[in-house]
Design a protein around this ligand. Structure first.
Ligand code: ADP
Ligand code: MG
Length: 281
């Protein structure tokens, strides 16, 4: 091809890249053409290099936007997780969960354990894996979910709010048991859980055992109805170990406080009136 012909072809490629909205490919086109001219790249390698650049950039932007939509802002990954610090945790079991079949099976994964043992880290890391695999994810604490449901109920938009929270393939509910649930919150949360039951996967993290859920939700009947749904198709991972947050301060803490695995701190008992409404079973 003559020099003029080649330049015309490059112009045409440029126009196509603009039309196809491939900005990163457009950016590196001249560089790739020079490499081709110098014989540093074979034609197929040049096509591959351009498409690879564009694809990587696009995937990066997609993942960034999806993580933001999922509210996964503090990104934690499985690679960052030190399994040797938490020997009670079966690494292979977590890596199998990262294969995301539990999402397709609409299962509920419960991550249980004392504070600082990596429950939120693992929940977020699995959420990040799901986002990368193109699944829609939503992350919130139980308190945030319940207060958003209560607000929606006051505003007459509860149905829409529940529909929104059911739209995601994976709903992560963090921090069950740290704060007592607001009055009627258990009933509102039950409506959400019931709407997602057998239709969408969830990850729930808690520092309290299931036997304490009556206290957490301020109502044993609501807690039983919740657990009935949440344990039906469930995977329970119990972490029995020391707090990663406190690992450098072992000497400052009372003896045994880093090694006592299964006694979970009990938050203060809730006060105030119990919730009125109860879910129909
Ligand atoms: P939990 O939710 O169980 O209270 P987190 O997951 O929030 O605990 O962990 C507390 C902090 O310690 C986070 O910054 C988390 O990334 C980190 N962390 C916890 N466990 C590990 C671990 N095994 N390896 C690396 N970082 C960890
Ligand atoms: Mg946590």
């Amino acid at each position: 091809m003559s020099a003029a012909g080649a330049a015309g072809t490059v112009d045409s490629v440029r126009r196509h890249l603009v039309g196809l909205r491939m900005p990163r490919a457009l950016e590196i086109l001249d560089h790739i053409v020079r490499q081709l001219e110098r014989g540093e790249l074979a034609p197929l390698e040049a096509i591959e290099a351009i498409l690879e650049e564009e694809y990587t950039g696009r995937e990066g932007r997609r993942i960034k936007a999806a993580l933001k939509m999922a509210r996964l802002t503090t990104v934690k990954t499985l690679t960052d997780f030190d399994f040797t610090f938490q020997p009670s945790l079966d690494r292979n079991r977590i890596l199998t969960l990262a294969g995301l079949d539990f999402i397709d099976r609409h299962e509920v994964l419960h991550l249980l354990g004392p504070p600082g043992t990596g429950k939120s880290h693992l929940a977020v890391a699995l959420g990040v894996e799901a986002v990368k695999a193109g699944r829609s994810v939503y992350f919130a604490t139980l308190a945030e979910i319940v207060s958003s449901l209560a607000k929606a109920e006051r505003e007459g938009t509860l149905k829409e709010r529940i529909r929104f929270l059911c739209r995601h393939a994976l709903l992560i509910v963090d921090e069950i048991g740290y704060l007592p649930v607001i009055p009627d919150g258990g009933n509102l949360f039950f409506q959400l859980v019931n709407a997602r039951y057998e239709r969408g996967a969830m990850i729930m993290t808690s520092n309290r055992g299931f036997a304490d859920w009556g206290d957490v939700f301020g109502d044993p009947v609501v807690a039983t109805a919740l657990l009935d749904r949440l344990l039906h198709h469930a995977v329970v991972v119990q972490i029995e170990g020391a707090s990663y947050r406190l690992r450098q301060h072992a000497s400052l803490l009372p003896e045994g406080s880093l090694t006592r695995p299964s006694t979970m701190p009990q938050p203060p008992k809730r006060r105030g009136r119990p919730p009125k409404a109860r879910p129909a079973d």
